[in-house]
Design a protein around this ligand. Structure first.
Ligand code: GLN
Length: 193
């Protein structure tokens, strides 16, 4: 299966490596044409405001939103989660708004810019996920159609709604392939690949 990794800015190379380890064909996406014929897409961590700006500047914003609304499986990590949200607390440029979640940015406080924690993710099995949080957002509110897959400190940090998966942490910065594998299972559910 062919998976795109949005490569405007941020931690896209690490996602590429994880996906290739799992046998996917990976394409970095910077232009509209590169969105064509994909079975799934990852929106990486980085600086969500910058990614929003670049998406609009490169004319990718509307096509990408339409593709996701049309069912393209998408996995947003950290800044990627912010971009998928229908609402961001505070002043923020447009998001894709495809997930019924309200997200708070840099939500775990300035004193703890980055931290790591073991997070239970029952959907991935009994072994917790070692989650790397870097100026991470959390989900402040989630609509009824959203399935919360993990919480940390009482806050949802991993959630799925239909073809959209979002994590506040960075699975691509560890060697644990389970979340990428989970996403690829979402992709094959849809594309039969
Ligand atoms: N705080 C950043 C943002 O909202 C996200 C940080 C990250 O992706 N590691 O853009």
């Amino acid at each position: 299966m062919r998976i795109g990794v949005l490569a405007m800015q941020g931690a896209f190379r690490e996602h590429r490596i994880m996906l290739e380890r799992l046998g996917a064909e990976v394409r970095e996406v910077r232009r509209r044409e590169e969105l064509e014929h994909l079975h799934g897409l990852i929106i990486p961590g980085g600086e969500s405001k910058t990614i929003s700006q670049l998406l609009r500047k490169t004319d990718l914003f509307d096509v990408l939103r339409e593709e996701i609304q049309g069912g393209l499986p998408v996995f947003g990590t950290c800044a990627g989660m912010v971009l998928l949200a229908k609402e961001v607390v505070g002043d923020f440029p447009p998001t894709l708004g495809v997930m019924d979640i309200v997200v708070r940015r840099n939500a775990f406080g300035r004193q703890v810019e980055s931290f790591e924690a073991d997070v239970e993710v029952p959907a991935l099995g009994p072994e917790p996920v070692h989650a790397v949080f870097i100026r991470a957002p959390y989900i402040e509110r989630a609509g009824t159609g959203v399935e919360v897959l993990a919480t940390y400190a009482g806050r949802p940090v991993l959630a799925r709604q239909g073809n959209c998966l979002a994590s506040a942490f960075h699975p691509e910065l560890t060697t644990d392939l389970r979340l990428h594998k989970y996403f690829l299972a979402m992709v094959s559910e849809r594309s039969g690949k």
